[in-house]
Design a protein around this ligand. Structure first.
Ligand SMILES: *[C@@H]1O[C@H](CO)[C@@H](O)[C@H](O)[C@H]1NC(C)=O
Ligand SMILES: *[C@@H]1O[C@H](CO)[C@@H](O)[C@H](O)[C@H]1NC(C)=O
Ligand SMILES: *[C@@H]1O[C@H](CO)[C@@H](O)[C@H](O)[C@H]1NC(C)=O
Ligand SMILES: *[C@@H]1O[C@H](CO)[C@@H](O)[C@H](O)[C@H]1NC(C)=O
Ligand SMILES: *[C@@H]1O[C@H](CO)[C@@H](O)[C@H](O)[C@H]1NC(C)=O
Ligand SMILES: *[C@@H]1O[C@H](CO)[C@@H](O)[C@H](O)[C@H]1NC(C)=O
Ligand SMILES: *[C@@H]1O[C@H](CO)[C@@H](O)[C@H](O)[C@H]1NC(C)=O
Ligand SMILES: *[C@@H]1O[C@H](CO)[C@@H](O)[C@H](O)[C@H]1NC(C)=O
Ligand SMILES: *[C@@H]1O[C@H](CO)[C@@H](O)[C@H](O)[C@H]1NC(C)=O
Length: 651
């Protein structure tokens, strides 16, 4: 039987149900149906729910037939009362062999409140369920413990009545379109331990009443539009373990009372507009379990308080992109569990304290964009340090410090814009380097051929230095290289090695190549001829490259940005470039290209930027989009181009 009737109110439904049941019995069908029918309210609620859903890619609702709703997929009932206690239809369905992602389109029926014994509602990740949480939910579902509506298109406010659902333990509404202010009544939910409201459009202040959620474990309000000050009383949340208010529009100062949450393990207030100084801790012993403190992307001022050294459980500390100034306190060296420390983008000055050498667990240290003048050689004792970012500090080293050779685990070194002089130091060849950025310094000498031995190298940025050499042959051995930036040096010779590079990935690992502003003169004929077909960004502009663009350029099908401008390239433009359909930016100006613009370039539908000016091109510009949408300047300075956007061709 496929029941599809809609009822106006509970009484009406019951009446209707009795009629339907009676009809069925009299039709003699009931013997055949599996088991007893479920409670008429539950049946009505579920049928209305089903009626609201227009598309169910999982096919589960299609199999909801008959009256024994307790046997339906996704439904559980209490075995004594026979009432429906769980509605479990998550979008992700795991079977023994795989996880299937399914979707439902339609709107959430308000009749769901007929299921008055519900304890768990899980309609998460169905992608397209619209509608609201019924305003009266608090009056009808007194046993509700878990409400999971994650990742749908639900909207409207959280109804005030939700505060009556005193058994609620978890509310997950993340990634929907809910709006309005958070109801004060949330504070009545004394059993709540997870409240995840991130990625919605909630606004207004965080209600003071939340301080009464004394067993809250996770509070995640990020990606909203909440504003107003943080309630000072938030410090009463004494067994809160995780406080996440990141990515909102919170303003004002960080309340001192946070320190009163003695059990707190994680605090994330990042990406708000908080101001003033970091107010805690004030003495040792406060927040003894705090492992994670993220205050980054705010407007915090003043110094880093030396008292942070009391937070002995800290493992990760994020203070970047604030307005902190003054020296880094040596007490941070007391944080013996610290694994990650991010202080970049402030106005911190002075020297890194020697005490930092005691941070034996430190893995990642980011001090970029500050006013730091020096590092102690004692830091060589940081046995676990993998990533060291010192870029854009006035370090004034005459060369890369030798003690770095003693860091056994170092694999990512960022020292751009640090005033480095001298050559690329040889000791680096004994390190498992994956990322090396020494750009924007005053490095001289050559690109050493031992670089080819850095078998794990993924990123190499030596741009904006004064390196004078050819690209060494050994570079073809960098099978994992993805990003190569050598622009603005004095490099000469051929670029052929770059296109001959081997690769671990089919199609090539290289994605980004910038060799612009050098003095390269040959090798263009190998473009696209090797294994590297995954190139998305290629800039060879401002060199002395000569010759013809090969047909193989058409094999670089993923390319989005190609800049060969300001060279000495000639002959006809290759037809095959029309195959590079992902191309968004094509710059070939200031070369010596001749002949006509190939008609095939009309297939470059994604092209947003084109410059063919100052070449020797002739003939009619192919007629149509996108070519005739570009300004005249894209075509100016050629020998004899005509047609839109230039003057019409003479017959
Ligand atoms: C009823 O359910 C409870 C747990 O939910 C279970 O322990 C019990 O064995 C069940 N009783 C029957 C008769 O199935
Ligand atoms: C917290 O709960 C107490 C007692 O249950 C109540 O008196 C107080 O008003 C509540 N605080 C807020 C801010 O709701
Ligand atoms: C901060 O939040 C906004 C809005 O949610 C988001 O667009 C932005 O990327 C976030 N910024 C950072 C640094 O996370
Ligand atoms: C925090 O704790 C201190 C002492 O432990 C107490 O004096 C203060 O009133 C508390 N603050 C709040 C906001 O609860
Ligand atoms: C850091 O440790 C030193 C000695 O080990 C101690 O004198 C100092 O009080 C500590 N400071 C903080 C803020 O923990
Ligand atoms: C270091 O911090 C800067 C600025 O916040 C950021 O752009 C960069 O990605 C960080 N580097 C690493 C390796 O984390
Ligand atoms: C940095 O180096 C420049 C010149 O090499 C020098 O004038 C300046 O005093 C140095 N600054 C510091 C802080 O050592
Ligand atoms: C290389 O470094 C320069 C200067 O520091 C920077 O502008 C450029 O974006 C970097 N290249 C890559 C690919 O990150
Ligand atoms: C290519 O490099 C030149 C010089 O470094 C620069 O001016 C130009 O903007 C770059 N082109 C693209 C498309 O990024």
């Amino acid at each position: 039987m496929r029941a599809s009737f809609i009822c106006v109110n509970k009484m009406g439904c019951r009446l209707l149900w009795i009629i339907v049941a009676f009809t069925l019995i009299s039709m003699g069908e009931s013997k055949k149906s599996t088991g007893e029918s479920c409670h008429p309210d539950d049946l009505m609620g579920l049928i209305s729910f089903k009626a609201g859903i227009r598309i169910d890619t999982s096919g589960r609702l299609e199999r909801w037939v008959g009256r024994s709703c307790c046997k339906w997929e996704g439904i559980s009932c209490d075995n004594t009362t026979g009432r429906v206690t769980q509605l479990l239809l998550p979008g992700f369905i795991s079977t023994d062999v795989s996880i299937l992602q399914t979707q439902m389109k339609g709107s959430l029926s308000p009749k769901i409140t007929l299921l008055t014994s519900l304890q768990v509602i899980d309609l998460s990740e169905l992608s397209f369920i619209t509608g609201n949480i019924p305003t009266s939910i608090g009056f009808h579902l007194p046993n509700l413990r878990k409400l999971y509506l994650l990742r749908n298109k639900l909207s409207g406010p959280i109804p005030e009545s939700i505060g009556k659902l005193s058994k609620l333990e978890e509310i997950i509404l993340s990634e929907n379109r809910f709006s309005g202010s958070l109801p004060l009544s949330l504070g009545n939910l004394k059993n709540l331990n997870r409240l995840l409201l991130d990625s919605n459009q909630f606004s207004g202040a965080i209600p003071d009443s939340l301080v009464n959620l004394t067993i809250l474990v996770v509070l995640d309000l990020h990606h909203n539009y909440l504003n107003g000050h943080m309630p000072a009383k938030i410090g009463e949340l004494q067994v809160l373990e995780q406080l996440d208010l990141s990515e909102n529009l919170l303003s004002g100062k960080i309340p001192v009372s946070l320190t009163n949450i003695t059990t707190v393990q994680d605090i994330d207030l990042s990406n708000n507009s908080l101001e003033g100084e970091i107010p805690f801790p004030s003495c040792s012993g406060q927040m003894p379990f705090l492992r994670f403190l993220a205050l980054h992307h705010n407007h915090l001022t003043g110094r880093i308080p030396p008292a942070l050294g009391y937070l002995v459980s800290l493992q990760r500390l994020y203070l970047e992109n604030n307005k902190l100034n003054g020296p880094i306190p040596s007490s941070l060296g007391n944080l013996s569990d610290l694994r990650e420390l991010y202080l970049s983008g402030n106005r911190l000055s002075g020297l890194i304290p020697i005490a930092f050498s005691r941070l034996s667990q430190l893995i990642n240290l980011n001090l970029s964009n500050n006013l730091i003048r020096g590092l102690p050689h004692e830091m060589s004792s940081l046995q676990n340090l993998q990533t060291l970012t010192l870029s854009f500090n006035p370090l004034n080293f005459s060369s890369i410090p030798k003690w770095m050779a003693e860091l056994p685990s170092i694999s990512q070194i960022y020292m751009a814009g640090c005033g480095l002089q001298g050559e690329i130091p040889e000791f680096l060849q004994r390190k498992p380097i994956q990322e090396l950025d020494l750009s924007a310094n005053h490095l001289t000498g050559s690109i050493p051929s031992w670089l080819g031995g850095l078998s794990q190298l993924y990123l190499l940025n030596l741009s904006k230095n004064a390196l004078v050499s050819e690209i060494p042959d050994s570079i073809t051995r960098l099978h994992e290289l993805g990003v190569l930036d050598l622009h603005s040096n004095k490099l000469t010779g051929s670029i052929i090695e770059v296109f001959k590079m081997g690769s671990i990935l089919p199609g090539g690992s290289l994605r980004y190549i910038d060799l612009s502003h050098n003095s390269f003169s040959s090798g263009i004929e190998q473009i696209g001829a090797g294994e590297q077909h995954g190139i998305e960004f290629l800039n060879l502009s401002h060199n002395f490259l000569k010759g013809r663009l090969p047909t193989s350029i058409g094999r670089l099908e993923l390319m989005r940005s190609l800049d060969l401008s300001h060279n000495e390239l000639g002959f006809n433009l290759p037809e095959s470039l029309g195959n590079v359909k992902s191309l968004e930016r094509l710059k070939l100006e200031k070369n010596r290209f001749t002949g006509k613009i190939p008609d095939g370039y009309l297939m470059l539908r994604k092209l947003k930027e084109l410059d063919l000016s100052d070449n020797l091109l002739v003939g009619q510009i192919p007629n149509g989009k996108p070519l005739d949408d570009f300004p005249r300047s894209s075509y100016s300075g050629n020998r004899a181009l005509c047609g839109r956007p230039l003057a019409p061709c003479k017959p």
